[in-house]
Design a protein around this ligand. Structure first.
Ligand SMILES: Nc1ncnc2c1ncn2[C@@H]1O[C@H](COP(=O)(O)OP(=O)(O)O)[C@@H](O)[C@H]1O
Ligand SMILES: [Mg+2]
Length: 405
C-alpha cells in the first residue's frame, strides 16, 4: 500500500495523520512546497520519500514533477486533509489514475453554492441561499431572501469575510468589504445553536462520529476579541436534542456519495428545534479538535483514519467516556505576553481534569486571533458530566487572563 500525502507538515495535525498511515502498514510518500528539513520530526520520520515542488498551486507542474519523481511507481492512495489542497488532490488522483474523491465529487465540498444545491436536491434543509458576483446581485439576493442575511465567500474558511447583515444600511456598509471576493453566497440568517458532525467514513459507512458544540457560534467568536471561544466534544451524542443533527449528518454523507475519510460538517439547531445544514468539508476540523476526539474516547484517531482510507477497516472500539472542552484564550493588549493570571488557582482546583495546556509563555509574541482559532493557546479539559465540563470551561474562560504589551 503506497500512499502519497499532500503537505505532510501543515496544518499542525498532518504529521500525525502521516504517522498513522505508517503505523497501519502503509509506505508513505509526501509532496509539499516546503523544504524537507523544515518538516516536523514526526512527519520526517514517517515518510519514505518527500518531493518538494516549487508550488502546490500550479497543478500541471505538480503532476509533471510527480510523474518524473515516481518513475513509474503506481500510488494506491492520494490523501489530503488540508482544505486548500482538496482540489489539487482530486486532480492528482485523476492524472495518476488513483481511486478516491474525484474532482466532481470534491466540488460540492469546496463550493458552498454547489454544496447546498446538491443537498437541496436530496431534500436536506439548507438556509435559503443565492449566489452573487456583483453588488447588484447581492442587493437582489438579500431582497429575495429577506433580512437578516449572511454574506460569505463560496470557498471561505474560518469565518473570514463573513458578515451578518440586518438591514439595507448594513448591506451598504458591508459590500465594499467584499469587493475582493469573486463570488459570495447570500443566505438566510439562521438563529440558534451551532454544532459539528464529524465522521470517519469507511466504504460509504460512518464508522465513527463526533458532535462538538460551539460556545458561542464561530462568527460571534471571531467578531469579539474579548471572548474565549469554547468547542466542546459531547459525550452524550444520543441526547434527543442532537437527534435531528445526527440524522442530517447521515443523510448528507449519503447525498454527497462520500466513500472514505474524514468529514467535518456544521449544522444549526433553532430554538423551535428545526435543524438546518451549515457546511461540510471532506477533511477533519482544525484547531486541534481531532485531539479533542482522542481525549473524548481514548483512541488513536489518526491511526484509525489511516486504517479506514488504506485498508477499509476501522478497528477502535468507541467508548464515549468524557466531554472534552477546549477553551481558546486571547491576551488583552498587543505585542508580547507579559503576564498570565489565575492559572495557579484554576490548576489547583481543576488541574486533574486538564489534559492539555498550550498557552503561549510569557515573552512570546501574540498570535493574530483573527487568523488562528488557536489564538494565544488553549486549555483542554475533560469530565464525564456535561454541566461540570461547562462550569470548568467557563471558569477558565472568565478567570484565566493573559496580558500583552
Ligand atoms: N446562514 C447562516 N446563518 C447564521 N449564521 C451563519 C450562516 N452562515 C454562516 N454563519 C456563521 O458564520 C460562520 C462561518 O460560516 P461557515 O459557512 O461555517 O464558513 P467557514 O468556512 O468560514 O467556517 C458559521 O460558523 C456561523 O457562525
Ligand atoms: Mg464553518
Amino acid at each position: 500500500m503506497l500512499v502519497l500525502i499532500i503537505s505532510p507538515g501543515y496544518p499542525a495535525d498532518m504529521p500525525h495523520f502521516t504517522r498513522g498511515l505508517v503505523e497501519v502498514g502503509a509506505t508513505v510518500l509526501g509532496v509539499g512546497d516546503s523544504p524537507k528539513d523544515s518538516l516536523p520530526e514526526v512527519a520526517r520520520k514517517a515518510l519514505s520519500g518527500y518531493l518538494q515542488v516549487r508550488s502546490l498551486w500550479n497543478i500541471a507542474s505538480v503532476v509533471y514533477e510527480l510523474r518524473a519523481w515516481l518513475q513509474g511507481r503506481q500510488v494506491d492512495r492520494i490523501e489530503c486533509l488540508w482544505e486548500a489542497a482538496m482540489l489539487l488532490a482530486a486532480e492528482l488522483r485523476q492524472a495518476l489514475d488513483v481511486p478516491g474523491l474525484t474532482v466532481s465529487a470534491t466540488l460540492p465540498f469546496r463550493d458552498k453554492e454547489r454544496m447546498k444545491q446538491t443537498l437541496d436536491a436530496a431534500g436536506i434543509r439548507t438556509p435559503r441561499h443565492l449566489p452573487a458576483t456583483t453588488v447588484a446581485g447581492c442587493w437582489d439576493a438579500a431582497e429575495r431572501i429577506g433580512f437578516p442575511v449572511i454574506l460569505k465567500p463560496i470557498a471561505g474558511a474560518g469565518s473570514a469575510d463573513t458578515y451578518r447583515v440586518d438591514d439595507s444600511d448594513g448591506l451598504r456598509d458591508v459590500l465594499p468589504r467584499l469587493a475582493h471576493v469573486p463570488m459570495v453566497s447570500v443566505e438566510e440568517f439562521i438563529d440558534g445553536e451551532e454544532y459539528t458532525f464529524d465522521t470517519i467514513t469507511v466504504d460509504g459507512r460512518i464508522a465513527y462520529y463526533n458532535i462538538a458544540w460551539y460556545r458561542p457560534r464561530p462568527l460571534v467568536a471571531r467578531s469579539n476579541e474579548w471572548i474565549s471561544p469554547q468547542v466542546i466534544a459531547l459525550r452524550d451524542v444520543d441526547d434527543a436534542r442532537l437527534a435531528g443533527g445526527v440524522r442530517m449528518g447521515f443523510d448528507v454523507i449519503r447525498a454527497l456519495g462520500f466513500r472514505a475519510g474524514f468529514t467535518h460538517m456544521e449544522w444549526y439547531r433553532k430554538t423551535d428545534g428545526e435543524v438546518v445544514f451549515g457546511e461540510i468539508g471532506a477533511r477533519p476540523p482544525g484547531a486541534h479538535q481531532v485531539d479533542q476526539m482522542k481525549f473524548a474516547c481514548d483512541f488513536d484517531v489518526y491511526r484509525e483514519w489511516a486504517r479506514a482510507v488504506t485498508f477499509g477497516r476501522f478497528e477502535a472500539k468507541i467508548e464515549r467516556k468524557f466531554n472534552v472542552a477546549t477553551i481558546y484564550k486571547r491576551a488583552q493588549g498587543v505585542g508580547r505576553i507579559r503576564a498570565i493570571e489565575g492559572l495557579g488557582e484554576l490548576n489547583r482546583r481543576y488541574g486533574e481534569h486538564v489534559v492539555w495546556n498550550t498557552l503561549l509563555p510569557v515573552g512570546a509574541q501574540r498570535r493574530n486571533w483573527k487568523q488562528t482559532l488557536v489564538s494565544d493557546g488553549f486549555i483542554m479539559l475533560r469530565h464525564p458530566d456535561l454541566v461540570e465540563t461547562m462550569r470548568m470551561a467557563d471558569e477558565f474562560g472568565a478567570n484565566l487572563k493573559l496580558y500583552a504589551s
